[in-house]
Design a protein around this ligand. Structure first.
Ligand code: OAD
Length: 258
């Protein structure tokens, strides 16, 4: 009798089953989830206006000290992009997942490397901003928050009204700066407790965020990756789904499997 080929599970079905069984879910998002809202990603998505600049060289305290006008202008340009953007179906599906887990007395934590606030605007509430937010700026000397105009800043750099000679800077984490300790603490607690970890739209190369999925897997959590392209974690996760977050997430989560 001819042997039957083994059925390869459909990754979308496999993901749905893991979500239906999960009681404590951690999601990590990166720039890819906001790409379909029109916000350029860090690696490979730069707009023509900024195509000659490497974000990694703009997102440092050294760059701000050397050329505060260019760094301020770049962040203010991104701030305008974030203000104009609207949450896409990927953001909305994650907000629905949080509500569904709450309804079945589960736990949900959304760790994001994004500074755009689109998860909040989509209705997610347990959001941990690992890299701060571009929507707030603070005094480079005192750290006090600075009220900004809704539109573009009138000058680059923008002087801080709080301390003479200091400048406004975005309240984001730059390379070489520590992550906010409350965010790290919240992330570590959620990762230690989760039975499912989902990584979405991140290149998985920036630490410590990139380590969380390995920590979750080490204590037995199931792992899913959703990304348009292959990344260093694609071959180690339980389910790797190659596609756009705004298309894949609604297919898995509308309705949320239970
Ligand atoms: P990256 O720009 O490095 O990576 C974006 C990832 O999203 C890539 O793997 C893309 O293939 C993927 N992608 C693009 N469009 C997508 C879509 N529509 N759906 C799904 N995936 C898509 O952004 P991050 O990994 O978030 O840090 O970058 C991490 C950190 O490095 C950022 O928070 C920032 C950056 O430099 C700081 O500024 C400290």
């Amino acid at each position: 009798m001819p042997r039957q080929p083994c059925a390869v599970p459909d990754p979308l079905d496999h993901a749905r089953r893991l979500i239906a069984d999960a009681r404590s879910v951690v999601v990590l998002t990166g720039a890819g989830i906001s790409a379909e809202s029109g916000i350029p990603t860090f690696r490979g998505g730069m707009d023509a206006l900024w195509k000659d600049f490497d974000p990694a060289t703009l997102a440092t305290p050294e760059a701000f000290a050397r050329d505060p006008a260019t760094v301020s202008r770049w962040y203010d340009w991104r701030r305008q992009k974030c203000r104009e953007a609207i949450p896409n179906p990927g953001h909305l599906a994650l907000a629905a997942l949080e509500r569904a887990l709450e309804a079945r007395a589960g736990r949900f934590t959304l760790l994001t490397q994004n500074v755009d606030r689109l998860h909040h605007r989509a209705g997610s509430s347990n959001v941990v901003e690992l890299h701060g937010t571009i929507m707030h700026w603070r005094c480079s000397a005192s750290g006090r928050e600075i009220e900004l105009p809704d539109g573009p800043l009138p000058t680059y750099p923008f002087p801080s009204p709080h301390c003479a000679g200091s400048l406004a800077r975005p309240d984001v984490v730059w390379f070489g700066e520590p992550l906010p300790s409350a965010a790290v603490h919240a992330a570590q607690g959620a990762v230690a407790d989760c039975d499912l970890f989902i990584s979405i739209g991140t290149s998985s190369v920036v630490y410590p965020a990139a380590a969380f999925i390995h920590e979750a897997a080490a204590h037995g959590a199931a792992t899913i990756e959703i990304n348009r392209d292959a990344t260093p974690i694609s071959s180690v996760v339980d389910v790797s789904i190659r596609g756009r977050a705004g298309e894949v997430l609604p297919q898995i989560l509308n309705p949320v499997p239970n």
